[in-house]
Write a protein that binds this ligand. Structure first.
Ligand SMILES: *[C@@H]1O[C@H](CO)[C@@H](O)[C@H](O)[C@H]1NC(C)=O
Ligand SMILES: *[C@@H]1O[C@H](CO)[C@@H](O)[C@H](O)[C@H]1NC(C)=O
Ligand SMILES: *[C@@H]1O[C@H](CO)[C@@H](O)[C@H](O)[C@H]1NC(C)=O
Length: 473
């Protein structure tokens, strides 16, 4: 620096201080002179306060413009803010009357002192677009509008997903300057900020802004104190996507599972139907896994809900296995129904569930013929002739004029006897089968009622829970 330049610099500094801290204007020149502004630029490193005991007050306001993403696993909320900072620069003051009526000029923010306001929750690089200029008032008020892509750490709770409400904190404050140098305060009321944000929130995806609350406080750390503003941004998930994609298909599968109890267990293979349903549900769970958020510190209750649904389906399959076992008791070689079963099931439980049947009537009327492995659940075939009604061939019959010889007659008699014995055994088997059928139907009826009760309780609990969550905001 030459001596001449140095003297000019000193002169400029002098002129700033001499003219009561005001910028100078020249005749025929619009606005403050470039030299006087340059002199202020040279003071860029220093906080623009005449008396350093007075803190620089920074007023902050922001508008939430977009909710870009919520990462439950990393516990990160990405938002886009329009941030506006105001502060007072005590050296940038001029008289508009002297300066051709200019009241406002723009200056590069890099050349001026600016408060180091940060968001404490910021956890990523700042990739926001740069906003290099500020507006300066003739009274020294500076306004700096900037965009901020805020990647903030937030404690996301997904227990009530997809009806969750997230409450994330943005803490604005100076990183370095303590309360004696920089103070912060909101430029607008929190209500105004919340209203503006609701009006301008464009790309919010599945999130809905509920409210923005705030509070100014003092952060104490050791002997130093920092002035901070804490904002609470409350956002709510729009659950419709998840209700349509997850809850409704799941309920459909559950309903089909319930309705499959109306398949007659003896004629249709109910078990394989239910297996197919479980398979379908498993595929559904696989797809759903991509949609569900996951964190280390908790599972959403909807995941538990799906697991319980699957468990219920497995229980219903188990029930079918038991009933099928009873119906095909000992695989076609029927035994007598034990006495205790007859008393417990056919008497007590049947009365309990109001199961009525006529002794001779078949419990099921819609049986399918033509399936070889089907159980015939009708009443025993009516081979109801009694002993003395058996048509005994008369030995003296004179049929067709041919006399039948005695040995042949005896053989026929023996055949008829065999036939009768066979028919009787068939009849007995059918009777036993019918008894077991009744036992099976009664048990099926009872277990189905219990299952229905279980599912209704479960559905009630889940619906109540979600209703409470929906109405919570
Ligand atoms: C600066 O301001 C404080 C109070 O605000 C006052 O006590 C002090 O005298 C001032 N210093 C100067 C140099 O004016
Ligand atoms: C900041 O806001 C306060 C009121 O909250 C106001 O008195 C002050 O002038 C504002 N400062 C700036 C630089 O806008
Ligand atoms: C500019 O100055 C006027 C009058 O002092 C004030 O009301 C207004 O808030 C200032 N604007 C800015 C951006 O500081």
């Amino acid at each position: 620096m030459t001596l001449q330049e140095l003297s000019l610099f000193c002169l400029l500094l002098l002129s700033v201080s001499l003219c009561d801290g005001k910028l100078q204007c020249k005749e025929g020149h619009s606005g403050p002179t470039h030299e006087s502004i340059q002199a202020v630029f040279d003071l860029q490193s220093f906080r623009p306060a005449v008396n350093l005991s007075n803190p620089t007050v920074t007023n902050i306001s922001f508008t939430l413009y977009a909710v870009l993403g919520v990462n439950e696993k990393a516990q990160i909320l990405t938002t886009f803010l329009w941030l506006r900072l105001y502060w007072f620069h005590e050296f940038l003051i001029w008289d508009p009357d002297e300066c051709d009526g200019v009241t406002k000029i723009s200056l590069p923010v890099k050349q001026l002192w600016s408060p180091d306001i940060i968001v404490y929750e910021f956890v990523d690089d700042d990739v926001s677009q740069a906003c290099p200029f500020v507006y300066v008032n003739h009274t020294g008020h500076i306004r700096w509008d900037r965009m901020l892509r805020l990647v903030s750490a937030c404690n996301l709770k997904i227990f009530s997903f997809p009806f969750d409400v997230q409450n994330c904190t943005f803490t604005f404050g100076s990183y370095m300057h303590t309360i004696r140098d920089v103070r912060v305060s909101p430029a607008l009321t929190f209500k105004e900020m919340s209203g503006n944000s609701k009006r301008y929130l464009e790309a919010s995806g599945e999130w809905e802004l509920v409210n923005i609350l705030g509070e100014t406080s003092i952060l104490q750390f050791g002997i130093d104190e920092w002035d901070i503003i804490t904002f609470w941004v409350v956002i709510k998930r729009r659950p419709i996507l998840y209700v349509v994609n997850l809850l409704i298909p799941s309920s459909f599968l559950m309903i089909i599972d319930i309705l499959s109890f109306y398949l007659p267990p003896h004629s249709v293979d109910r078990a394989s139907f239910k297996m197919t349903l479980i398979l379908g549900y498993t595929v559904f769970l696989l797809i759903m896994n991509d949609l569900l958020p996951s964190t280390a510190n908790g599972t959403p209750i909807i995941g538990i809900y799906f697991s319980v649904c699957l468990a219920l389906m497995v229980i219903s399959l188990l029930e079918t296995v038991i009933i099928t076992n009873v119906l095909h008791h000992n695989s076609m070689k029927y035994k007598e129904v034990p006495n205790w079963v007859r008393i417990v099931v056919l008497k007590h439980i049947a009365r309990l569930i109001c199961y009525r049947w006529l002794e001779d009537e078949a419990p099921a009327t819609k049986q399918e013929e033509g399936k070889s492995n089907n159980l015939n659940c009708t009443s025993p075939p009516t081979v109801t002739q009694t002993e003395n009604n058996v048509p005994v061939p008369h030995s003296t019959s004179n049929y067709g004029g041919n006399c039948v010889s005695l040995p042949e007659l005896q053989q026929i008699c023996q055949y008829v006897g065999d036939l009768r014995a066979h028919l009787q055994s068939l009849q007995k088997e059918s009777e036993l089968q019918g008894k077991w059928c009744h036992v099976g139907y009664i048990l099926d009826f009872l277990l189905f009622r219990i299952y229905l009760l279980l599912i209704s309780c479960y559905a009630m609990v889940i619906i109540c829970m979600w209703c409470i969550w929906i109405s919570q905001d």
